[in-house]
Ligand binder design. Sequence first.
Ligand SMILES: Cc1ncc(C[n+]2csc(CCOP(=O)(O)OP(=O)(O)O)c2C)c(N)n1
Ligand SMILES: [Mg+2]
Length: 583
Amino acid sequence: MSMAEQGGGSANGRMTQQGRQWMKIGEFLLRRLQEAGIGHVFGVPGDFNLELLQQLEDSTELKWVGTCSELNASYAADGYARLNGMGAVTVTNAVGALSAINGIAGSYAEHVPVILIAGSIPLRSIERGLGMHHTTGDGTWDRFLGAFAQVTAGHTRLTPQNAATEIDRLILTAWREKLPVYMELPSDIAYLDIEVPAAPLAMAQPASDPERLKSCAGAIADLMSKAQSPAILADQDAGRYGAAGDVRMLAEKLRAPVAVTSPAKGMIDENFPLFAGIYNGRGSTAQARQAIEGADCLLSIGYRPIDGTSGDFTAALPAGTISARGHSVDIGADNYQAVNLKDVIRGVTGAVGQVTSRPEGQFAAPMANGQVDGSAQITQAAYWQTIQSYLRPGDVLLTDNGTSYAIFGFRLPPGCTVVASVIWGSIGYSVGALLGTMTAAPERRHLLFIGDGSFQETAQELSTMLRHDCKPVIFLINNGGYTIERGYMGKTSDYNDVATWAYTDLPKVFRPDTTAQSFKVTTVADLERALAAPNDRMVFIESVMDRFDAPAPVIHSSNNGAELDYGPRGPQHRDNAQLQPAT
Ligand SMILES: Cc1ncc(C[n+]2csc(CCOP(=O)(O)OP(=O)(O)O)c2C)c(N)n1
Ligand SMILES: [Mg+2]
C-alpha cells in the first residue's frame, strides 16, 4: 500500500489534514476489511472487479480464495464469518451478484455479517448513459441495489465522494447488527486517491446507555433472583454477539438450566451440568421442555420462533418471559433501548447473588448407546450412533437439510461448533460453508454431514477444497434422493429421486493427483474402517442407505410440515403418499 502515509502526508502535492492519509479507494476498502478481522476474500472474477482483485493480489495482507460459483462463494463467506466473526465475498455486476443473493439472504436470515462487494459498471457509463454488458440492456443501473436492499442491513454504490464514509458505515453496520451488507464498487474508481482516516476502524458496539443498562440489568436480576425455577433459552444471537460464555456464567450463578434452539446448538457446552438440551416446543428433549416451560422466570435471548424452532408453533414460553436481543430488551411492558446483549448479561450476572439452594444440574439426557451389529446393512440408527463416538473436542460440524439433521441429536464434546442453516435452509449451503470454515480455522477438524440431493447442488466446490489441501471428513448419505421430502409428499415419486453419481470418484475428478481417501460404505464394519482413516488428508465417506430409512424426528417433522404446508385437503393424505414412522 504505497500511498499509505500518516496524517500530514501528501499526494499530488496536496496536504492532508491531521489524522488523514491518501489511499486508493480499492486499497482503503481492503485495508478496512483487514481491520475488521478478515483475512480471506471469496469470489469469482469478472471484468468489473478485476481491478480490485489486482489490488488484492498486490497487497500481501488478504488472501484470495476463488470459487467455482458465486453462490458457493457466498456460502463460503458465511461459513468463514461463523468462525471468524466476519466474512467477505467479491463478484462481478449482476450476473455474479444475483448468483450470490441466495447466500446473502441466508446470511441475513441466520444473522451472519458478510460484506458483498460487487464490482459494478463504471461511473462513466452511468453518467454518460452507455449501455453495458451484465445489465438488462435498457440503460438502467439501479435494479440490483434495489434487490440487495431487501436482504442486507445496508447497501451503497461507492463513489470517490462517499467511499471513505460509506465503507466504514457498511462494515460497522454488518459487524454491529450481525447482518450482511452490499456495496457496488464501480470499476473505474478503485485506483482513484481519496483522503481517508489514518486510524484503524474500531470494531466495537456503541456503548450501552449507562442508566438504561443499570435499570435493565437490575430489573432482570431482581426477577430471576426471586424466581424458584428460573431458566435461560439461548438462540443463535447469544453466540453472534459473543455472549455465550457470559450466559453460561449467569446460569452457574443462578443455578438455572440453559436450553438452546437448534440454530444455537453447540453455543453452550453440552457437558455443562446445567445444559438442558434443545428447546423446540413439542419437539424438545424432555429436559429442555420441562426447564423452559416449567420456568417461573425465563430469560430468552434472541429467540426467533419459526416452525423449526417452535416445534411447529407448539412452543409455550412462560408468561412474563424476558426477551433480550442484540441491542434491546423487553421486560413486561418495559422496553429498554441502547443496551448491548453482552453488557446486559454481564450486568445481570454482577447483580445476582450466587445461588446454592438449587442443584448444579444434570439436566441433559445421556446419549442412547445400544449395540450395533457390524456386519448388517447400515441403517440411519447405526450410522448416527457410530459417528457419535467419532466426535472429539473442538470439531466443527456442518450439516445440510435432510436426514443429516440427525446431528442435532448428538451429544457434543466440549469446544465443538455447529454450522447449519436452520432458518434459511438452502440445500447445498454446507458444502460452500465448509470451504469457509476450513479457511477460517484450518487447525480444527471439520466434519460435513450431507445427503446426496443437497450435495449435488454445490458439489463442485470440493475442487476448491482439494486445490487448497483442505482436510475435512465428508459424510455423504447416498439414499437415491430427497428422503426428508418423502416425509412430506411423494414417498415413491420420481421428483424425489436424484441421479446416481460415482461419489467416491469425485476427489479424483476434481484433483487428479489427490491424496484424498474415499470409502463406499454399506455396513457398520465398513464405516468403522473408514473412521479409522487418518485426518491428514480429505476423507470422503459415502454411505449407501435405504431411501425410506430416516431418523424418527426427521420423519415426524416432515409429516408435521406437510400438514402446515398443504392443509387438511392436501395430497399428503393419499394412500402411501408419505414416508411415515415405522409403527
Ligand atoms: C435450494 C433449495 N432447494 C430445495 C430445497 C427443498 N429441500 C429441502 S431438503 C431437500 C432434500 C434433501 O435431500 P438429501 O440432501 O438427499 O437428504 P436426505 O433427506 O435424503 O438425507 C430438498 C430438495 C431446499 N431446502 N433448498
Ligand atoms: Mg438423499
